[in-house]
Design a protein around this ligand. Structure first.
Ligand code: AMP
Length: 633
């Protein structure tokens, strides 16, 4: 249960907020000390460490050169192309300086945006850190996204430079990135001046003259470049990371520099318990927030080596993750429940095959961790498994056990208790009042948000306030858009999203974006996409579409053909991760009398649950159609 040490630590982080964070700020190097810890004169905007100057790249790389230049910093393992490369801090510094020199030569400087659309290769890490060195703002776009998704992000971030590669590889299959990138640039209104390309020799690339540069040949001129660190104001943006919401337009989560560095450094100490010289292994991708925080910045800020893994948990076999733990003496590991559910289908002997003595904890996050999966892996590994709940917006855990603060018991099915710095409340969505133990409420955070959380929506302060702080009546409270319940011991349980965001294998997708993509097909009049519970991936998208001309889908063959065509549209516009498991055809969608699609009712039927109150529905026969289709499978 919650210990006294934890209780005091958490209470102090809220009641003596500025003192608390002033102490944590000592975990990083400041080129110029800050004048004030917090400026909260314009709620809900919180500016941390006012007047302080620092740099993320300096803290992650240069800072360690004096004490551990020859120790491992970045370990790259690809089971896709069967290669491994290790960079010491000194080698990483060289690569980052070279990348920064290339960027500078492309005219990139302070506050310019650089979009990074890359597979899991070391150059992606070099590019991110090079941006940080120059004070440029990176925007990493997950390599699984396709041209339309990429184009929207290009138009919003307006990058001067895009860094990409010929391709990636997933489960042994090459995915060509360059054609998707070329198409995205064609679709976008904003045109980047330069595209810097890593050629892995995986997929043929057609270069565009005067725009495309080759990483290796262009970089040769900068082999020994030394690019001075640009010291940034603590509140200068470090990156933008797009995330899905209820509208079709992804939000650019903007993060600062000083608060970000302090928050991650503190989380390495109090949550992840990672020490300089040890190894951290996160199986995420740099395209997601976990990849930003806990593949790149967090471990390096703590002077740890970090493993960047290109591959799946089951190739060449289901023991690969544990083999890497043994080989690199991993002490902290971070993965997603879906990866563990995939492993559950493998021979359990793999869990015992390797020496896991170095491993202290396994952290899992990104989606609900069901009890049986948590139990299976905890017993299998003989190590504590720590479920932690957070979001792209916060950048580091909101709810988690914090073994660096206090020894505490975890409960299966619960991401435990509020992390220091977060004033977490469960609020009634109608009254805004706090709910009691055992009652369902919206998981909310009372502002100011702690350091490291999003500072605003890129280019849209109003959207930041309206989206996150105006949905709970009567007060300014940050909504996570998750339902939760707390037991009498203060442990939280997450019950799912309050909005139309779905979570597929730990990846957050907006159903609205998928609907817009399907609707772009000429045959479609209307469509609803919902998330349906799936034993492996947590949720999968399923679509219900109305066609403009019903005669077009009279035969089963025609329906199959159209369903396949629509899936291809989603694949090419958004990427295969957003592809619905099924798209059913109906003559109308269940709607309220005011025309709102009743997605929750459709979802209930798809999951075999009672749809509940049907009084608001315009035409109940619309539900009968859904019911009939779902029962056919
Ligand atoms: P993302 O911003 O992509 O990291 O997605 C954040 C969302 O994932 C949260 O709002 C939750 O809906 C879900 N999520 C993340 N971690 C957990 C967890 N440990 N338990 C339950 N849901 C989670």
């Amino acid at each position: 249960m919650q210990g006294e040490k934890y209780r005091q630590f958490h209470a102090r982080s809220i009641n003596e907020r500025e003192l608390f964070w002033r102490e944590q700020a000592a975990l990083i190097h400041w080129q110029r000390p800050f004048d004030a810890v917090l400026d909260y004169s314009r709620p809900p905007f919180a500016k941390w460490f006012i007047g302080g100057k620092t740099n993320l790249c300096f803290n992650a790389v240069d800072r360690w050169l004096a004490t551990q230049a020859d120790e491992r910093a970045l370990i790259w393992v690809s089971t896709e192309v069967n290669q491994e490369r290790t960079y010491t801090f000194a080698a990483l510094a060289r690569e980052v300086n070279r990348a920064a020199a290339m960027m500078q030569a492309c005219g990139v400087g302070h506050s310019d945006r650089v979009l990074i659309y890359m597979p899991m290769i070391p150059e992606a890490a070099f590019a991110m850190l090079a941006c940080a060195r120059l004070g440029a703002i990176h925007s990493v776009v997950f390599g699984g996204f396709a041209s339309h998704s990429l184009a929207t992000r290009i138009d919003d971030a307006k990058p001067k430079l895009i860094v990409s590669a010929d391709g990636g590889s997933r489960a042994g299959k090459v995915v060509a990135y360059k054609p998707l990138l070329d198409e995205a640039i064609r679709l976008a209104r904003h045109k980047p001046a330069t595209v810097l390309l890593v050629d892995r020799g995986l997929a043929p690339m057609r270069k565009t003259a005067d725009r495309d540069l080759d990483w290796t040949s262009f970089g040769a001129a900068y082999d020994h470049a030394q690019i001075p660190v640009t010291w940034l104001e603590a509140s200068d943006p470090s990156y933008i990371l797009y995330t899905s919401g209820t509208t079709g337009k992804p939000k650019g989560v903007q993060r600062d520099t000083g608060g970000h560095a302090v928050a991650l450094a503190a989380s390495m100490k109090y949550i992840f318990c990672g020490n300089a010289g040890e190894t951290y292994f996160s199986t995420s991708d740099i395209g997601w927030v976990v990849g930003h925080s806990y593949i790149i910045y967090g471990p390096l800020l703590a002077g740890m080596a970090t493993i960047m893994y290109e591959g799946t948990p089951v190739r060449p076999d289901g023991g690969i993750l544990w083999k890497l733990v043994e080989q690199y003496k991993v002490s902290v590991m971070f993965s997603a429940p879906t990866a563990i559910r995939v492993l559950k289908k493998q021979d359990p002997a793999f869990l015992k095959k390797y020496d896991l003595a170095s491993l202290r904890h396994l952290f899992l996050a990104g989606e609900p961790l069901d009890e049986s999966t948590a139990q299976w892996i905890q017993e299998g590994l003989g190590r504590p498994v720590i479920d932690n709940f957070w979001q792209t917006e916060t950048g580091w855990p909101i709810l988690s056990a914090q073994p660096g603060v206090d020894a505490m018991l975890t409960k299966f099915g619960s991401p435990s208790i509020p992390v220091y710095g977060y004033d977490v409340r469960l609020l009634n969505e109608q009254t805004g009042k706090e709910v009691g133990a055992g009652e369902k409420g919206v998981v909310a955070i009372m502002p100011p948000l702690p350091p490291g959380c999003m500072s605003t929506v890129w280019g849209d302060d109003d959207r930041f306030v309206e989206t996150y702080f105006k949905t709970i009546p009567g007060q300014l409270a940050y909504s996570t858009f998750d339902w939760g319940v707390r037991d009498e011991n203060g442990y939280y349980f997450i019950l799912g999203r309050t909005d139309d965001v779905i979570n597929v294998a730990g990846h957050r997708l907006g159903t609205r974006e998928i609907e817009e993509s399907i609707s772009s097909h000429a045959s479609i009049a209307e469509v609803a996409v919902i998330g349906v519970a799936d034993p492996l991936k947590g949720q999968v998208p399923v679509g219900f579409a109305v066609v403009k001309d019903a005669t077009q889908i009279e035969t089963a063959a025609a329906r199959m053909q159209l369903e396949g065509d629509l899936m291809k549209v989603v694949d090419t516009q958004l990427g295969a991760i957003a592809r619905p498991a099924r798209i059913h055809f109906v003559s109308m969608l269940p709607k309220t009398r005011s025309g709102k699609i009743l997605r929750r009712l459709i979802q209930a039927l798809c999951e075999g649950r009672d749809p509940g109150d049907l009084t608001t529905i315009e035409d109940p026969s619309a539900l009968d159609q859904v019911r009939a289709l779902v029962s056919k499978g």
